[in-house]
Design a protein around this ligand. Structure first.
Ligand SMILES: [Fe+2]
Ligand SMILES: [Fe+2]
Length: 266
């Protein structure tokens, strides 16, 4: 079920919750930045496109959007991308060169409607600039987050996501234990390469985010977090390299699960 809520005076969240059996619930967020040239950050999950469009229409007329900031091209981020491009001819997609390349293998982006950014580069959207920021954890080399220089909000893509028992609308409603456990587990799944990083280099990457001094952190897979929660988020991420690596269920486990469901063995 999609629903919408306000994370900041000029930012709406369009969200749904994916239940991952045996592991928890994951928010799947897109964001509308009500700039002079309105921006949609990501476009929901592929299988929820119809519901996503209906929810989006409750916070903005898609014809009024000017930009889609595509953080990366995973299926939980590109759901309504082409639908929106077809519906609104003025809409342009901010992404990286790699994003255009990957999309060309499935559903090419019209090249005259893309706007390429690399980390550190900015895009003017009328009343504010958006700065491209590489988050310290990601599951896809396309990943490009952003900082809204007017509001000070950092949109972190998959980074800081958490698998949770319940998904509230703000991180401040989560206990330290629920947030930390959920965040560490998510990052071991989504950014498993963190187990191999040089700890000092990773610490300096986390410092880079600390120095942004975000007023809020809006992750694709976490309830909205105030800037005052940043240290909780960074602390959890710092624990990931030394956390137990995630090992998914294997074929024997799958057969056991199926037997549990169907009552059939062998
Ligand atoms: Fe992803
Ligand atoms: Fe994602």
């Amino acid at each position: 079920m999609m629903h919408v809520y306000k994370a900041a005076p000029d930012v709406d969240v369009v969200t749904s919750t994916a239940t991952i059996s045996g592991f928890g619930n994951l928010a799947i967020n897109a964001f509308v930045i009500h700039a002079t040239e309105p921006v949609l950050v990501d476009t929901g999950a592929v299988r929820e496109s119809e519901d996503f469009m209906a929810a989006l229409r409750t916070v903005i007329d898609p014809a009024d959007l000017r930009w889609i900031w595509l953080t990366h091209t995973d299926f939980d981020h590109i759901g309504s991308l082409h639908h929106l491009l077809e519906e609104n001819e003025r809409l342009r997609v901010i992404t990286s060169f790699l994003g255009v390349g990957i999309m060309s293998l499935a559903a090419p982006l019209p090249i005259d409607r893309v706007h390429l950014v690399n980390p550190g580069q900015t895009v003017d959207v009328g009343d504010r600039t958006l700065t491209a920021v590489r988050p310290p954890a990601f599951d896809n080399p396309i990943t490009t987050g952003l900082r809204d220089e007017r509001s000070g909000i950092f949109f972190s893509a998959d980074c800081f996501g958490a698998l949770l028992d319940e998904v509230p609308e703000c991180v401040e409603d989560l206990s330290d234990a629920a947030l930390r456990t959920g965040q560490v587990f998510w990052a071991t799944v989504d950014s498993s390469w963190l187990h191999t990083v040089d700890r000092a280099v990773f610490a300096s990457e986390l410092d880079r985010i600390r120095r942004l001094e975000p007023t809020m952190i809006l992750s694709s897979h976490l309830p909205a977090a105030r800037g005052s929660s940043m240290e909780r988020l960074l602390d959890a991420l710092a624990a990931v390299p030394d956390a137990p690596p995630f090992v998914g269920p294997d074929q024997a486990a799958l057969e056991q699960m199926l037997a549990g469901i169907t009552g059939v063995t062998g």
